[in-house]
Design a protein around this ligand. Structure first.
Ligand code: SF4
Length: 367
């Protein structure tokens, strides 16, 4: 293992690994929901250390990876529009859509601005009243409140040249979609601490009752992850399907009421296209009618596309649903690398394929 520090102490980690090994009477299959967890597990070597004891498979928790090709194609088309700036986070710029990436659109004359927060895009719109500024808004419940706040701010400022491509997604419906897959092997979930800091962990209670498996909230540091895994296998070994919070320093039972209120004020839950999954019922949000003037899909309706592009040669759907590990993708490290990505999981800072490429020795496995 390759870590140290407060949440990375090697001796404590080894003790937890031993406890996990002692606790397991068989190998359990756990899914980490979040790309940050995937990176933590692969980077620290935990996944390798636990091989044969716990099978860790990775879920759909990279928001960049699951953003639909339609949203990217729409943003690409908007960026090529005269006097129009598309603003988004750095990770989104190289994600391929059906009509290339935003980066490639820039090469064709598209106007693209990388921002660190949705409020940066509002400021840009305020500073450039002769331009349309469109924010490509992606992310889970963690980032949705910030976009909601930006929309409210734009409304208060009376900005008529600001809008968003609303592509925020919700974690729980994606977990439901995974459980509905006929070949689903998941026996317990590691829920993402940062999402739960907004939603609370009580939102998982009905899910746990229905599916009768444990959901344990974890953080992202090695000891957080190991404690979460230990708790999950302990619950599995004692046949106790409950929600448990192992990230008490960041997550409360009912979450962040102020952030939830922001989301509730600006958005309503809606079906949503997820890359690799198709349409997930209640899987995302749309702007409420009160804020529809900031909805780019209404403002530029004629430029939207309903055409879904398959990722040719990319097995992102299998990676994001935990059916295969990235190295089992035939393209991994060959025709797909971070320099020349075929799919979003190799681009994103939270993508599973990028994590394996960066932290695991390159040896290609077969499914
Ligand atoms: S390695 Fe590349 S082609 Fe394969 S699933 Fe990952 S992103 Fe897609």
């Amino acid at each position: 293992m390759k870590f140290l520090d407060e949440f990375r102490d090697v001796e404590t980690a080894q003790r937890l690994i031993d406890q996990i090994g002692n606790r397991c009477t068989r190998s359990w299959v756990l899914m980490d929901v979040c790309g940050g967890q995937t990176h933590g597990l692969v980077r620290s070597g935990i996944e390798r250390e636990l091989a044969g004891t716990v099978e860790l498979i990775h879920g759909p928790g990279c928001p960049v990876c699951v953003t639909s090709t339609q949203s990217i194609d729409f943003a690409v088309a908007l960026s090529l529009r005269p006097k129009t700036i598309v603003a988004t986070f750095g990770d989104m710029i190289r994600v391929p859509g059906g009509d290339g990436s935003l980066m490639q659109a820039r090469g064709r004359g598209g106007d693209l601005q990388m921002v660190y927060s949705p409020m940066d895009a509002v400021e840009l719109a305020s500073a450039k009243p002769d331009h349309e500024v469109i924010f490509l808004a992606v992310g889970f419940e963690t980032t949705t409140p910030a976009t909601a706040l930006a929309v409210m701010q734009a409304d208060q400022l009376g900005l008529s040249n600001f809008s968003i491509v609303a592509s925020h997604v919700r974690v729980l419906p994606a977990m439901e979609a995974i459980m509905a897959m006929p070949d689903c092997r998941v026996e317990g979930f590691l829920a993402a601490g940062h999402v739960c800091s907004i939603t609370g962990h009580d939102v998982y209670e009905p899910f746990v009752r229905q599916h009768q498996l444990p959901v344990v909230v974890t953080g992202f540091e090695p000891l957080d992850l190991l404690e979460g895994i230990l708790r999950t296998v302990t619950l599995l070994e004692s046949s106790r399907p409950v929600v448990d919070n192992r990230y008490g320093r960041g997550v409360q039972k009912h979450g962040n009421a102020a952030a939830q209120s922001l989301i509730e004020t600006v958005y309503e839950v809606d079906d949503c296209d997820w890359r690799g999954f198709g349409t997930i019922a209640d899987g995302g949000y749309r702007l409420r009618s009160r804020y529809e003037a900031f909805d780019a899909s209404r403002k530029f309706e004629s430029m939207t596309t309903s055409h879904h592009h398959n990722d040719r040669g990319c097995h992102a759907a299998d990676v994001l649903s935990g059916r295969i590990k990235p190295k089992q993708c035939p393209a991994f490290g060959k025709t797909c690398t971070p320099e020349s990505p075929l799919g979003a999981p190799m681009v994103s800072g939270e993508g599973a394929c990028a994590a394996y490429y960066r932290f695991e020795p390159i040896s290609i496995e077969t499914p």
